[in-house]
Design a binder for this molecule. Structure first.
Ligand code: C5P
Length: 311
């Protein structure tokens, strides 16, 4: 018997250009209307032969443990769970070595863990020859996490439910961003919990449902950066800033560097600064790298495709 060749897949980070959060549901999740935009920052997962599963993680922000800012190297990693789930679904033994190479910062609100899980599903589906249907992969992805289906789909998509129901939407062209990662990672449940506390205390309006995404969808169809900038929404920005007051300074620094608009990405602490064009993004990245507020600064563009095999 010949040993199968390793297979690699990569998946992108995301920015939520609209994140409207409704009330807490009985299942512990919040109802969302969100618009995901996949951006050009990728993690790669390489799978090869193994006896049982093994996992190694290298690159940006890696280490061992389980707190925000650390990538677990064991079965609690979403990559490991993705492999077990696909093996069970397809009825094949869960035999593979998994190697994750990260460039997406960890616990940053950029869906790095979801990207890893999506890339794992795509790589192992090819490596094991399981030929899962697209709908089945999306269903497995949804079981792994709210953002994982979008990491499979990529591009620009409307997310509803808890974010796991994704519908691709139209964008007129490329958008250019600078991502600035300020300080240590933030835990997503902690940020949602802070939103609930702020709403219960009357510090934020307590809506009956998530804010609809029409304005941002129209701006994406139109293709003007200024319109997109005016339409950005993130209901998790106030709670992220409440937990990490230094984020306000980071948002100000990005605005002062000439951003068309700034917002916190997802549950933070990444600051996403929208640029007028690619040149402006490169200039802004250079300036923000020097202000001493961000530990990592990246100029990115989107939309880019979702998880796919590398040749
Ligand atoms: O789905 P995922 O595992 O990424 O969610 C992590 C946590 O974020 C959930 O356990 C929940 O606390 C919070 N969350 C939420 N509402 C959502 C998505 C996530 O409250 N729509």
């Amino acid at each position: 018997m010949t040993t199968p060749d390793p297979v690699a897949a990569r998946a992108p980070a995301k920015v939520n250009v609209h994140l409207g959060v409704g009330p807490l549901r009985a299942d512990g999740f919040h109802e969302l209307h969100t618009v995901y935009l996949a951006v050009s920052l990728f993690d790669t997962v390489t799978v090869g032969p193994g006896d049982g599963l093994s996992l190694s993680v290298s690159g940006e922000g890696t280490g061992t443990g389980s707190g925000p800012g650390l990538v677990p190297g064991d079965r609690t990693n979403l990559v490991w769970r993705a492999a077990e789930l696909l093996a069970r679904h397809a009825g094949v033994p869960a035999d593979a070595s998994l190697a994750v190479t990260k460039t997406i910062p960890v616990a940053a609100g950029l869906a790095g863990g979801s990207a890893d899980a999506a890339a794992t599903l795509v790589a192992l589906d090819a490596f094991w020859g399981t030929r899962a249907r697209r709908e089945d992969l999306l269903d497995l992805a949804a079981r792994l996490g709210s953002d994982v289906p979008f990491s499979l789909v990529g591009g620009v998509a409307l997310g509803t439910g808890r974010g796991e129901q994704v519908t691709p939407v139209l964008a007129a062209g490329a958008t250019h961003w600078v991502l600035g990662i300020a300080g240590e990672g933030l835990s997503t449940p902690a940020v949602y919990g802070e939103l609930d506390r702020m709403r219960a205390a009357g510090r934020l309006p307590d809506p009956a449902g998530p804010v609809p995404a029409e304005a941002v969808l129209a701006a994406l169809r139109g293709g003007a950066a200024a319109d997109l900038g005016a339409a950005l929404v993130n209901d998790l920005q106030a709670p992220a800033c409440s937990l990490r007051p230094d984020l306000r300074r980071a948002l100000r620094a990005a605005a002062d560097a000439g951003a068309t608009a700034v917002l916190v990405s997802g549950s933070g602490p990444t600051v996403a600064a929208l640029a007028a064009d690619e040149g402006a993004a490169v200039r802004m990245a250079a300036e923000l790298a020097g202000v001493g507020v961000f530990r990592t600064v990246r100029a990115v563009t989107g939309p880019v495709p979702g998880a796919r095999l590398l040749a």
